[in-house]
Design a protein around this ligand. Structure first.
Ligand SMILES: *[C@@H]1O[C@H](CO)[C@@H](O)[C@H](O)[C@H]1NC(C)=O
Ligand SMILES: *[C@@H]1O[C@H](CO)[C@@H](O)[C@H](O)[C@H]1NC(C)=O
Ligand SMILES: *[C@@H]1O[C@H](CO)[C@@H](O)[C@H](O)[C@H]1NC(C)=O
Ligand SMILES: *[C@@H]1O[C@H](CO)[C@@H](O)[C@H](O)[C@H]1NC(C)=O
Ligand SMILES: *[C@@H]1O[C@H](CO)[C@@H](O)[C@H](O)[C@H]1NC(C)=O
Ligand SMILES: *[C@@H]1O[C@H](CO)[C@@H](O)[C@H](O)[C@H]1NC(C)=O
Ligand SMILES: *[C@@H]1O[C@H](CO)[C@@H](O)[C@H](O)[C@H]1NC(C)=O
Ligand SMILES: *[C@@H]1O[C@H](CO)[C@@H](O)[C@H](O)[C@H]1NC(C)=O
Ligand SMILES: *[C@@H]1O[C@H](CO)[C@@H](O)[C@H](O)[C@H]1NC(C)=O
Length: 362
């Protein structure tokens, strides 16, 4: 008897405590969002976060997504849930990333792209986001070198997008110390020196890799990337790549985009390029590629081919007529000869074809 009398109040107290814990973490997130808005100077685009007028449920505020106890992301109402995602792209945000962002202990996705954020990579702030999987800082005005300990971002990181900022200096090898990365987007910055090709080549889960449009030291195509067999998107234009396109890249069978344009490539275009069934966009323009066009084109899903401004010789074969999805074919500024095959004129989707400055007829 006496046991039951003791147990019941204890159980009730336990239930109340658990409930309070849930509510207070939700209330904590609401206060944190208000602090983040304040940290950004209460911008007009975050008016739905104004505590004076905001909806009671912070999970319904603009750009905020909460998750339930099972961890699945979902928008909308309900108390006790925690903020899992902040989607604050195109919000006209300026200045630095407020330290309070990582007080959202369950944040997995942070999209701050297309704003006007400035200053250095917010390392000290973001290292505290221990569950972050997705970080998008693209199209801002962040500058300076990336920190050498950038590998201290959450080990769960899958997508790191730093494209189109003003980051400078060398790319630290520690960017590849994030083993779960599927996207690593570093294009269109002011990086210099040698990028850590060997380390990046170990990120075998990578699907999207962009290094394009940086002033790297001239260097050959890294053979280490031949191990990145899950790559679908490889953008390495305008970054001083020298030498030949490796035969070893024939392992990259998932590629849909292969862009090595505006570099210093020499040698012939390898045969695998014309065979990969997933390839849709092939850009090798503005290089010094030599050799003949292929006899056998079986990469039938190609949509755009731009090989302009090279030193290619030989004839276009009827095989180009196999490319039923082709919309763009640029071969101008080369040394092609022979006649233009009739099959090309019959391609149903081809709308932009530029073959001038060759020795073609027909
Ligand atoms: C939120 O994070 C805390 C602390 O890391 C954790 O205990 C809790 O289970 C998480 N909640 C959800 C809903 O993911
Ligand atoms: C963005 O901010 C600038 C000043 O910081 C302001 O002049 C401009 O109107 C804002 N644009 C939008 C769309 O809110
Ligand atoms: C940045 O990269 C991520 C992951 O690949 C992608 O989902 C996102 O759309 C990119 N952001 C921009 C602004 O393109
Ligand atoms: C290259 O980067 C610069 C600076 O970030 C940008 O202005 C330019 O548009 C980029 N070029 C391409 C082709 O993306
Ligand atoms: C590569 O992609 C396949 C299929 O999506 C996946 O099963 C595999 O785990 C990926 N490899 C790595 C190393 O992530
Ligand atoms: C290529 O390398 C040279 C010499 O290091 C450098 O001056 C130039 O800016 C680089 N160009 C590009 C497009 O990266
Ligand atoms: C690819 O990975 C294997 C196994 O990790 C390694 O032995 C090999 O050197 C790598 N290839 C290149 C070109 O880096
Ligand atoms: C073209 O390549 C395919 C395989 O990609 C092969 O089966 C076929 O025999 C080749 N044709 C010629 C004419 O070389
Ligand atoms: C062409 O594109 C369509 C969709 O746009 C796609 O279904 C088809 O698989 C592509 N490839 C070929 C060879 O038609």
């Amino acid at each position: 008897m006496s046991n039951t009398y003791l147990l019941l109040p204890a159980l009730i107290a336990g239930v109340i405590l658990l409930h309070l814990a849930g509510v207070s973490s939700a209330a904590g997130d609401r206060d944190t969002l208000v602090a983040i808005r304040k940290g950004w100077g209460n911008p007009r685009k975050l008016s739905s976060w104004d505590p004076a007028t905001a909806a009671a449920d912070h999970c319904s505020w603009e750009g905020v997504t909460c998750s339930d106890a099972t961890g699945g992301g979902s928008g909308g109402g309900g108390g006790g849930r925690v903020v899992a995602e902040l989607s604050l792209h195109d919000m006209n945000l300026t200045g630095k990333v407020p330290a309070a962002v990582c007080d959202l202990a369950n944040l997995t996705r942070l999209d701050l792209s297309n704003n006007a954020l400035s200053g250095a990579f917010p390392a000290a702030v973001l290292y505290r986001c221990s569950r972050l999987r997705f970080l998008d800082l693209a199209n801002n005005a962040l500058d300076g070198a990336l920190p050498r300990d950038i590998g201290r971002l959450s080990p769960a990181m899958e997508h790191l997008n730093l494209s189109s900022n003003r980051f400078a200096g060398a790319v630290p090898p520690a960017v590849a110390a994030l083993p779960a990365l599927r996207s690593l987007l570093l294009d269109s910055n002011r990086f210099t020196g040698a990028y850590p090709a060997v380390e990046i080549g170990k990120l075998t889960g990578l699907e999207r890799l962009t290094l394009a449009n940086n002033s790297f030291t001239p260097a050959p195509v890294p053979l280490a990337f031949a191990n990145l067999t899950n790559l679908t998107y490889l953008w390495m234009s305008g970054m001083n790549v020298t030498g030949e396109i490796p035969e070893g890249f024939s392992s990259l069978t998932e590629l849909t985009l292969f862009d090595l344009s505006s570099n210093k490539l020499t040698g012939a275009i390898p045969v695998w390029v014309w065979r990969h069934q997933n390839l849709e966009n092939l850009y090798l323009y503005e290089n010094s590629l030599t050799g003949e066009l292929p006899r056998n084109v079986t990469a039938v899903n190609l949509v755009e081919i731009d090989l302009s401004s090279n030193q290619l010789v030989g004839e276009m074969t009827e095989d180009f007529g196999n490319l039923k999805n082709l919309t763009l074919l640029f071969l101008y500024f080369n040394k092609l000869t022979g006649t233009i095959p009739a099959s090309i004129a019959q391609l149903p989707k081809l709308s932009d074809i530029r073959l001038f400055d060759n020795h073609l007829s027909g």
